[in-house]
Design a protein around this ligand. Structure first.
Ligand code: SF4
Length: 372
């Protein structure tokens, strides 16, 4: 594959139509030519009778006849063979601080190189990236970027990691695996930000390749899952247990939507489950909902709800509990579980001060959970 010749200035010049955060987004364009949709055969499926296929990648277990696409919109049966239509065709590329994932206990020397394709196997009614996640690849503007080119770009921008982010990485697992294998060869860590709705077999194949996971535990209420998320809770809990048992870095994020998944008993059940199954040191982020997508009529989460959830988790013994999308709140910071001093001071996901040395509290020497 011939190496792309455009300059850094050309690449940056394209920023504009997608700009996510305080860093920058890079908009898909003719930079790499107008890509055709990929024709790479999918993995994790089986052929069944009548030219149909059954996808084994996620608990939706889609059965599709020729010409049909899976629920995630990116896997298509063509004459009895299942193809991924997004291999090498990301629609989002961005440079992000790792705290945005959010990962607060996995510090990197430089921001991560984030990438996403169209599609998702869930349909969260509050998705802020619905313009990509709730579309198929024919409906988004895409780059044409091989795994080798992804690594080249990440190294060119001196990125601290590759972050599979913005939409659901599970649904482009073939592309993800090939990128992550190359990342390993150049010692670039890989981060997966996921809803955790994946079957155990493909997840186990990802474990050696992914260094840190942020899992969206979208609520502890099956009715909410069915109605507003599209999956079910049990497979996500299984994913969390598998990641934890593998010793991978794991942080959990729960977006609290007023009246829908913020019932005190559901929050309490989630905290108790984490405590019993994952331990006290797993970072937990309660984040604020802002009206999005199909929930425009629901007001933003009151700060008091997030504050109460955080205090409940801390009182239950969890050591690192945060409030997200609430800049300036005391729950933005990391506190030493032993002496209570602020060890990482943040404004939202920006780190203002580190009061630790290589993960040890400068006040009392306590070893903080995570990679520092
Ligand atoms: S990954 Fe996509 S095609 Fe496969 S089961 Fe899940 S939603 Fe269906």
């Amino acid at each position: 594959m011939e190496k792309t010749k455009e300059t850094r200035r050309d690449f940056l010049k394209l920023a504009g139509s997608i700009c996510f955060t305080g860093y920058f987004g890079l908009s898909p364009s003719s930079l790499f030519g107008k890509p055709e949709l990929s024709e790479v055969e999918a993995r994790f499926y089986e052929k069944i009778s009548g030219g149909k296929v059954r996808c084994l990648l996620c608990p939706n277990f889609c059965v599709r006849a020729s010409g049909e696409t899976g629920q995630c919109r990116v896997r298509e049966n063509v004459n009895g063979t299942y193809f991924t239509r997004v291999y090498g065709n990301p629609c989002v590329i961005a440079i992000d601080p790792v705290e945005k994932c959010p990962l607060f206990h996995y510090q990197l020397p430089t921001p991560a190189f984030s990438i996403a394709t169209a599609g998702c196997n869930l349909f969260c009614h509050y998705c802020q990236n619905w313009a990509f996640s709730q579309k198929g690849p024919a409906e988004t503007k895409n780059y044409s970027l091989t795994p080798a080119q992804v690594i080249d770009k990440a190294l060119e921008y001196k990125s601290g990691a590759i972050s599979f982010f913005y939409t659901e990485p599970t649904i482009y697992i073939e592309y993800l695996i090939d990128i992550a294998r190359r990342a390993k060869k150049v010692s670039l860590p890989c981060i997966m930000v996921t809803g955790g709705f994946i079957n155990p077999e493909p997840l186990k194949e990802l474990l050696p390749l992914i260094d840190a996971f942020t899992v969206g535990l979208k609520g502890f209420n099956n009715d909410f899952f069915r109605e507003h998320i599209g999956g079910s809770l049990e497979p996500v809990l299984e994913t969390l247990k598998i990641i934890h048992a593998a010793g991978k870095h794991l942080e959990i994020v729960t977006l609290l939507v007023p009246t829908l998944n913020d019932q005190p008993e559901a929050i309490k059940a989630e905290i108790e489950w984490i405590k019993a199954n994952l331990g006290l040191s797993i970072p937990l982020h309660f984040t604020r909902f802002n009206p999005q997508y199909r929930l425009m009529q629901v007001p933003p989460t009151p700060a008091s709800i997030l504050d109460k959830a955080r205090k409940e988790a801390l009182n239950a013994g969890l050591q690192y509990v945060y409030t997200g999308n609430l800049p300036g709140h005391e729950g933005n910071h990391t506190y030493c579980p032993k002496c209570g001093k602020i060890v990482v001071e943040r404004l939202s996901f920006r780190v203002l001060n580190n009061n630790h040395e290589n993960g040890k509290c400068v006040n009392c020497g306590f070893s903080l959970h995570g990679k520092w």
